[in-house]
Write a protein that binds this ligand. Structure first.
Ligand SMILES: Nc1ncnc2c1ncn2[C@@H]1O[C@H](COP(=O)(O)OP(=O)(O)OP(=O)(O)O)[C@@H](O)[C@H]1O
Ligand SMILES: [Mg+2]
Length: 420
């Protein structure tokens, strides 16, 4: 009697067994890795072990903007431009959220045609064949695009099963890593707020003690200088006054950091406020030959805020940017205003970012820039950013720094906007 031959030779069966073993090892290792980039690199290499593919791209959900941003890819820029993203309302995202399975592009033309033209174009340029929804507790948390197999063969059942197994595990691990990342950012912020509060109290005490004797010193020097005939001595008195004024400036800064004035809020147009700020420093911008690119991506720039205090924040940040570019050949400051809206429609924000091409900040110093008195400048007080941080915080907003030493700094301010 003829024995019915299995679809796969013993060799193949062994390979699938090996794969399963590799997968269970991968699963075990996933629980230990909390670094998102490491996880992504790991997942890409495992996919390549399962299937002979070289085009793999991962998009992960960013909770604050509800967009799926490119997280890692093995593809060149011309196939996957680095700013490729999908938003929650996209038809492709919608299809993957609702349907319980992956999509095989070449076998599902009737589905692909339902996507927007732009999405179809992206799928084409990416040369995607297998599109997989990463889900955690039935919620879409990422998208994976895998290209055709290198020899042009179709994906077979076992491969698809293994990829499903791998990607479902990876989805959980990414979620874990993301939560871990969010948690560490939260802890860092709490730590920063605590530290600033304590420093604030100390600073307020010191400033208070210094202010009264300083007023006395200043008026005494002024008195002594009045009848001074000797030009050398008059010069010395002048220098003394300058020094006293410098201390005064620091004390004022300390007091506004430690005991900020109440917010006097009104309806404010961020765009107009920035224009008014520029009037104050236009001379400096011209003199330093700074090229300012102003990029408004929204017509909705209204917020409720204290205009004088916000102007102080913008001024601090723009001055820092100009100072950071003093010795750079290509002086360019890009200011961008955009909106961000949560999918729940209960919160809206305006995001104002200032990106310079200055000297940048070293990785180990980024955390320090909000500490009072941290300065790398000869005449700096190191209070500009701590004061700005306090002001943005009192507006229930956030301020973030992203910097590359040697190439530039980006300061982002996120402020709540009233719902329309
Ligand atoms: N755009 C930037 N590029 C590079 N470094 C920056 C930038 N902004 C801030 N820094 C760094 O952060 C430090 C603290 O900034 P902050 O504005 O608080 O104080 P400062 O500018 O030194 O002094 P002051 O604001 O009193 O003039 C700066 O000395 C600088 O080292
Ligand atoms: Mg400053």
């Amino acid at each position: 009697m003829a024995v019915k031959k299995s679809n796969y030779s013993d060799d193949k069966t062994n390979t699938w067994l090996d794969m399963r073993k590799m997968l269970s090892e991968f699963n075990r290792s996933l629980t230990l890795i909390v670094d998102k980039d490491l996880l992504l690199a790991n997942a890409i290499s495992k996919i390549k072990q399962i299937s002979p593919v070289d085009k793999i791209s991962f998009f992960l959900l960013r909770h604050d903007t509800d967009q799926f941003l490119l997280a890692d890819t093995s593809q060149p820029e011309e196939e996957v431009p680095r700013n490729t993203m999908f938003n929650m309302k996209s038809k492709l995202v919608n299809w993957l959220s609702v349907n319980e399975s992956y999509l095989l592009v070449s076998q599902s033309p009737s589905i692909v045609i339902y996507f927007s033209e732009q999405e179809q174009a992206v799928i084409n340029t990416m040369k995607a064949e297998f599109i997989y929804p990463l889900k955690v507790m039935n919620r879409l948390s990422g998208l994976v695009f895998i290209g055709r197999k290198m020899k042009g063969n179709k994906f077979i059942r076992e491969e698809l099963d293994l990829l499903t197994l791998l990607l479902d595990q990876a989805a959980l691990a990414f979620e874990n890593a993301l939560l871990y990342e969010e948690q560490s950012v939260r802890i860092k912020k709490m730590y920063r707020a605590d530290r600033l509060a304590i420093l604030g109290q100390l600073a307020a005490g010191a400033a208070h003690e210094i202010r009264n004797p300083l007023t006395a010193i200043r008026s005494t020097i002024q008195y002594l200088g009045k009848g001074m005939q000797d030009p050398d001595k008059a010069e010395m008195i002048n220098e003394l006054m300058e020094e006293v004024d410098r201390i005064n400036k620091i004390v004022q800064g300390l007091l506004s950091f430690a005991k900020p004035s109440e917010l006097e809020t009104a309806k404010v147009d961020v765009d107009k406020l920035l224009q008014q700020t520029f009037v104050l420093i236009n001379n400096m911008i011209q003199k330093q030959h700074v090229n300012v690119l102003y990029n408004i991506q929204t017509d909705d720039t209204g917020i409720i805020a204290d205009p004088a205090q916000l102007k102080q924040v913008f001024l601090n940040i723009i001055l820092n940017a100009i100072e950071a570019m003093t010795d750079m050949p290509d002086k360019e400051l890009t200011i961008t205003i955009e909106n961000s809206q949560h999918i729940d429609l209960h919160s809206r924000y305006i995001i104002i970012s200032f990106e310079d091409k200055g000297i940048g900040i070293g990785k180990e110093d980024v955390e320090n820039v909000f500490n009072p008195f941290y300065t790398t400048k000869k005449d700096g007080t190191g209070l500009g950013l701590p004061i700005s941080y306090g002001i943005v915080n009192r507006h229930k907003g956030e301020i973030e720094v992203d910097s590359q030493q040697g190439s530039g700094t980006k300061i982002m301010i996120k402020l709540p906007q009233p719902l329309r």
